[in-house]
Write a protein that binds this ligand. Structure first.
Ligand code: NAD
Ligand code: UDP
Ligand code: UDP
Length: 343
């Protein structure tokens, strides 16, 4: 029963012989699903750095062992190849649930699998949270707002989502995941936290992931034209990954369920983004127009007043400051790739 479960977690530290970390806080055991991916691996770095135990669950669909290889051999780190669509038994204090392909190219590749990951995967992690009394954080998305009719988007906006389109497996999948989280919260007293993440970029993004920042950066480095879809006037707001990770941890540690928008309110059209990439990488870079994809949202920009007020969080790193960190990571990886081809 629920009360027993909660007691179990509170005493878990002493049962497993884990020692306290710092003053007044014991070491936590934390699961990060999707922890071998882009955002997940940066989150894992932060949790390991502050002294906690981290178990990564990942099926390596879009994630890579390389992203977490620097923790191999650390007794506080464990990596499990597992698909969250299948149940799993673990004893943990917190669950950061990130497992889900995030780029349109990847989530459209097998849309039914994307829905299963969002629905069955989230259900399993909530079942786990309920059984052991763990706190559960869902990484939802700004895509729950669809092609928004309200600008900028507040958490109170219910969205404008096509239920039968090509993006629906992801948008509706995440909306259902939010519903599940709230129903486990109301019905089973699970402590849940919901983050609605806006476009995020940084080192370790997949080179071939099709998202606009990774495409433009890789194209500019390879001396290829940057591919602008549609007229390039659609807008997005780009958040550097360390800002997001700080927001996720603040949300998990805080007292509020959410949902909270986590994003950088700086808004850029795709043509403006191409200009910034030119400035940072190569002033001779060119652009090339391509047809846009179906149901592409025309604009997106977070209203982050709620996170500012209740989580005391706001992003610190502008696009011009963050981009160079991603560029040096991409340059190294593209160089290694090219050397690999020659060898
Ligand atoms: P990513 O593709 O780099 O990471 C996702 C990880 O989940 C990968 O390691 C992948 O192998 C793993 N995974 C996928 N399906 C799985 C399954 N069935 N079982 C186990 N592991 C599975 O993407 P990301 O950018 O790091 O995104 C992480 C989370 O943040 C996702 O839930 C995504 O929806 C959310 N999010 C990201 C952004 C962004 O801009 N990066 C924006 C909004 C929301
Ligand atoms: N589950 C899991 N690990 C656990 C507990 C539950 O993977 O430690 C899965 C379980 O297999 C089920 C889902 O989570 O598919 C929901 O569990 P819950 O107990 O809420 O519902 P029920 O099992 O009654 O359907
Ligand atoms: N986009 C683009 N060129 C690319 C990739 C994407 O112009 O090479 C556009 C895309 O049409 C969309 C925006 O960039 O309007 C953001 O796309 P992305 O796939 O990065 O993320 P989304 O916000 O659509 O999930």
């Amino acid at each position: 029963n629920n009360n027993n479960n909660q007691r179990t977690t509170r005493t878990l530290g002493s049962q497993t012989g884990r020692v306290p970390v710092g003053i007044g806080r014991r070491r936590l055991r934390i699961v990060v699903t999707g922890g071998a991916g882009f955002v997940g691996s940066h989150l894992v770095d932060k949790l390991i750095d502050r002294g906690d135990e981290v178990i990564v669950i990942d099926n390596f669909f879009t994630g890579r062992k390389n992203n977490v290889a620097h923790h191999f051999g650390n007794p506080r780190f464990e990596l499990i190849r597992h698909d969250v669509v299948e149940p799993i038994l673990l004893e943990v204090d917190q669950i950061y649930h990130l497992a889900c392909p995030a780029s349109p190219v990847h989530y459209k590749y097998n849309p039914v699998k994307t829905i299963k990951t969002n629905v069955m995967g989230t259900l399993n992690m909530l079942g786990l949270a309920k059984r052991v009394g763990a706190r559960f954080l869902l990484t939802s998305t700004s895509e729950v707002y669809g092609d928004p009719l309200e600008h900028p988007q507040k958490e109170t906006y219910w969205g404008n989502v096509n239920p039968i389109g090509e993006r629906s497996c992801y948008d509706e999948g995440k909306r259902t995941a939010e519903t599940l989280a709230m129903d486990y919260h109301r019905g089973a007293d699970v402590e849940v936290r919901i983050a609605r993440i806006f476009n995020t970029y940084g080192p370790r993004m997949c080179l071939d992931d099709g998202r606009v920042v990774s495409n433009f950066v890789a194209q500019a480095i390879r001396k290829l034209p940057m591919t602008v879809y549609g007229d390039g006037k659609q807008t997005r707001s780009f958040q550097y990954v360390s800002d997001l990770v700080n927001g996720l941890v603040a949300l998990m540690e805080g007292e509020h369920v959410g949902p909270f928008n986590l994003g950088n309110p700086g808004e850029f059209s795709m043509l403006e983004l191409a200009e910034v990439v030119k400035e940072v990488i190569d002033s001779s870079a060119t652009i090339e127009f391509r047809p846009n994809t179906a149901d592409d949202p025309h604009m997106r920009k977070p209203d982050i007043s709620k996170a500012k007020e209740l989580l005391n969080w706001e992003p610190k790193i502008s696009l011009r400051e963050g981009l160079p960190h991603m560029v040096s990571d991409f340059q190294n990886r593209i160089l290694n790739e090219d050397e690999g081809k020659q060898a």
